[in-house]
Design a protein. Sequence first.
Length: 357
Amino acid sequence: MPQIAAVMGPAFGGPSFTACQSDFTSIVKGTGFMGMSGPLVVKVGIGTEVEREDIGGAQMSTAVTGQADHIGETEADTLAAIRAFLSYLPSNCDELPPRMPSQAAAVDSEAGAARLRALIPDSRRQAYDMRKVLALLTDGGVFFEYGARFGPGVTTALARIDGHSVGVVASNPMMRAGVLDQRNARKMRKFVDLCDAFHVPLVFIADAPGFLVGPEIEKEGMVSLASRLLNSVYGASVPKITIVARKAIGLAYLALGGRASGPDAIVAWPGAHFDVMGPEAVVELMHGREIAAAADPDARRAEIAATIDAQSSAYEAAALGLIDDVIDPAETRRVIVQTLERVTKKRRTGFKHRVDA
């Protein structure tokens, strides 16, 4: 059954372990603290004076360590968040999530459909807020964001679409263009495992240029974290639906429900772009010598880049069978609903696995 922790006061040591093993942890701002040891033990142990807020306060626990999933401004706020979280889940793993009466979504109207289309810039370098997309697609524009402060380059949220509980994993181009890092990978894995354990279908919305690279990210064990994330995404047995909004590049695409992960439906919006790595890197790695030998290297580089860009379009991906269809963004909700209805018999209950942080 779902395990919940409400950290309303100091909870250093053992109580923090319990909180970190929970499926959802909310910590109250200003009064809740969690960590290995409190300030007195730290001072005795290493001779350093610290404040409780600095080693285990709400900001530290949600934005830095990710050990808590939500900040409650008050105790009442924390309790309300817990009720909201539980409303999307079954009482235990032997049941399916409750289906609620459907509510209209903004995208169902012509005005809402136009807003969704207008949200996605023509330029792949221009940012937009993925949460605004979710607000247009979900029942009543409501969704419950999980771990909002940790790894904000990916939005993980529980929502309802036509009354169905769904777990949404969506890269957010507002944060470093949607590139995935170690915090995103940790949050995504826990959320995917949570949804799989409680039979909540997964909806992926991909718009990511890849995983972050460089020496610092390697020190964080990025390869191991990404591998564990892929294991969770590939191993999830719940219905999976993937929407490629714009960029679907390399391993980030696979982590966001790419074809190899076995989605029940995978579609793309017209401006989507598929590639094994960023287009600039493809040009230099595959055609570097040719460009260097050209009479006009810049012109040749631009020519090759244009060819690669055309070959990486959503329509080419559909022609190759890499996706099922190219759709109008306004049709996204309909595709999700139809897929959920089609795969009803696939859904099974029972214990699958624990949800590890």
